[in-house]
Design a binder for this molecule. Structure first.
Ligand code: NAD
Length: 498
């Protein structure tokens, strides 16, 4: 990794001069932010807005640098994809947040019950203080800055620990955030797992973690030591149910897109398909056609992302080997040899990490690929006879982050949605509930807890303080001791009001 200032990064031409923060820096930055958050509890709207505008400027001026850093980390990932799924999503979040900031951060009026009238109540949304954000590698800009934007909007100080597996992006984030924000406002702490462990042990006012379920468990344990509330955005196996009345070609195209964008390295990618028995050949053909339409070739195609590292690729290949060994039928979306011509180009070993997609039939629950989140371009297709079996199978496993339903009959759709629990749902497409700014995004059970995005995300990163203002005309003192006949009469009246 080109951390030495005398080295220029070959892929993105950046000079990475930022040294990783030491343990000392971690605690120093935390102390700075903690003191600042206690010294200025009320963070005026103007200050919050100005911080968001600075973030907007950072993205406007340095979006291409960030996209190049992501490309350098993956070896092969289209800057256009990064523009859409990282930078555009962030710009949209910023615009939405700026538009609603005044209303979200203002007093939230509530109705006052008759017995407390003529007093009145409201909810005061206040900054929590210092919010920690730990982010993963798969969408390394959006999943780092998205939670930070909401936390800043809510008036918090933010410390971000991005993934050590995307060092170019993390270094650029550290440099740019350092350039646009004072360390007591927003700071990036780079470092490996040991720094991440120390980071999650800080006495944050809230910790938002995005990553795997296994690490999420450790983060929740570390946060519990300080009673730090957490939002856990985790992973899991998101099922994609195909109904008998669905247009298979259209569904296959949308599933192929949801699965193959970023080569399946998406937390809400459809993990496996549940297909009415008998439609296997038709689905395989439709998926192959759809995949070919999206990516005429895989190896050497700059639109098709590489698997992040050889280690991640080896895990995916091992899963397929095991499934084949245990009797599954694997259908590769073969490459047509087009990758050969670019194997010796500037992409280096990234071409070798561009894994062609594979469909897997006859997968069983004993196979690793049906036990773990796949996180790659492998799509098991499980045949079913009755929809009830599908619902039971989903309910028997950990609660998924996303669920997809393809079909026309709204009654059947609603029956499936009401009988299953998942973090979110997209009907007749994939991924898109994430992009809807008025919907909260989060998991449930093993796929996480708490949600961000939308006003609910803003509320989660705020303290919602209940305020009741007593009126001078209040009759509450009539219920004070000493208790007697007057008390009984008033209580009787109040019981009738209920
Ligand atoms: P990961 O859990 O390995 O790492 C995530 C982050 O946690 C990294 O920054 C890492 O440095 C840090 N970390 C590692 N060990 C830690 C520890 N002991 N204490 C504190 N922090 C620690 O996840 P990953 O491999 O980077 O990302 C892939 C996973 O993230 C997948 O499971 C995917 O589904 C999930 N994910 C979820 C969402 C979502 O929104 N729900 C989004 C993207 C990815």
């Amino acid at each position: 990794m080109c951390r030495d200032a005398s080295l220029e990064c070959g892929a993105c031409k950046c000079l990475l001069t930022i040294e990783p923060m030491t343990q000392l820096d971690l605690h120093r930055v935390f102390d700075l932010q903690y003191q600042a958050s206690r010294a200025q509890v009320d963070v005026p709207l103007l200050v919050r807005r100005e911080r968001l505008l600075r973030m907007q400027k950072l993205l406007d001026e340095h979006g291409p640098v960030l996209a190049a850093a992501v490309q350098a980390d993956f070896g092969m990932r289209s800057p256009r994809l990064t523009e859409m799924v990282e930078l555009f999503v962030l710009r949209n979040l910023l615009k939405h947040t700026l538009r609603h900031l005044a209303r979200w951060s203002g007093r939230q009026r509530v109705r006052t019950p008759l017995m407390l009238m003529p007093g009145r109540g409201w909810i005061e949304r206040q900054p929590l203080g210092v919010v920690g954000v730990i982010s993963p590698w798969n969408y390394p800009v959006q999943l780092a800055l998205g939670p930070a934007i909401t936390a800043l909007a809510a008036g918090n100080r933010v410390m971000l620990k991005p993934s050590e597996l995307t060092p170019h992006t993390s270094a650029q984030l550290a440099a740019l955030v350092g350039q646009f924000f004072a360390p007591e406002e927003f700071a990036v702490i780079e470092g490996d797992v040991s720094i991440a462990t120390q980071f999650s042990g800080l006495h944050f006012d809230h910790l938002l973690f995005t990553g795997s379920t296994a690490v999420g468990r450790r983060v929740a344990q570390a946060a519990a030591a300080h009673l730090t509330p957490t939002t856990l955005e985790l992973g899991g196996k998101s099922p994609c149910i195909i109904s008998t009345d669905c247009d298979l070609k259209e569904a296959a195209l949308k599933i192929a897109h949801g699965k193959l964008v970023n080569a399946g390295q998406t937390c809400i990618a459809p993990d496996y398909v549940l297909l009415p028995r008998g439609q296997e050949a038709e689905f395989a053909e439709a998926f192959r056609t759809a995949a070919r339409r999206l990516f005429p070739r895989f190896a050497g195609n700059p639109d098709y992302a590489a698997i992040l590292t050889k280690r991640h690729l080896a895990r995916l290949r091992q899963m397929l080997r095991q499934a084949q060994g245990m009797g599954a039928h694997v259908e590769w979306m073969e490459d047509g040899g087009a990758g050969q011509e670019s194997a010796d180009t500037a992409w280096g070993d990234a071409v070798e990490r561009q894994m062609a997609p594979a469909l897997v039939f006859n997968a069983t629950s004993q196979m690793q690929l049906m036990q773990e989140e796949i996180f790659g371009p492998i799509l098991p297709v499980i045949s079913y006879d009755r929809l009830d079996d599908v619902v039971s199978a989903i309910n028997a496993g950990p609660r998924p982050l996303a669920l997809y339903w393809f079909g026309r009959d709204e009654k059947v759709r609603d029956a499936v949605l009401s009988r299953t629990i998942s973090g979110g749902v997209t009907v007749n497409d994939t991924l898109l509930h994430f992009a809807h700014e008025n919907l909260p995004f989060g998991g449930v059970g093993d796929s996480g807890w708490g949600a961000y995005h939308s006003e609910q995300g803003f509320a989660r990163l705020s303290h919602q303080k209940a305020v009741f203002v007593q009126s001078r005309w209040s009759g509450a003192s009539m219920l004070y001791p000493p208790y007697g006949a007057r008390f009984d009469r008033i209580m009787e009246l109040m019981r009738r009001w209920l």
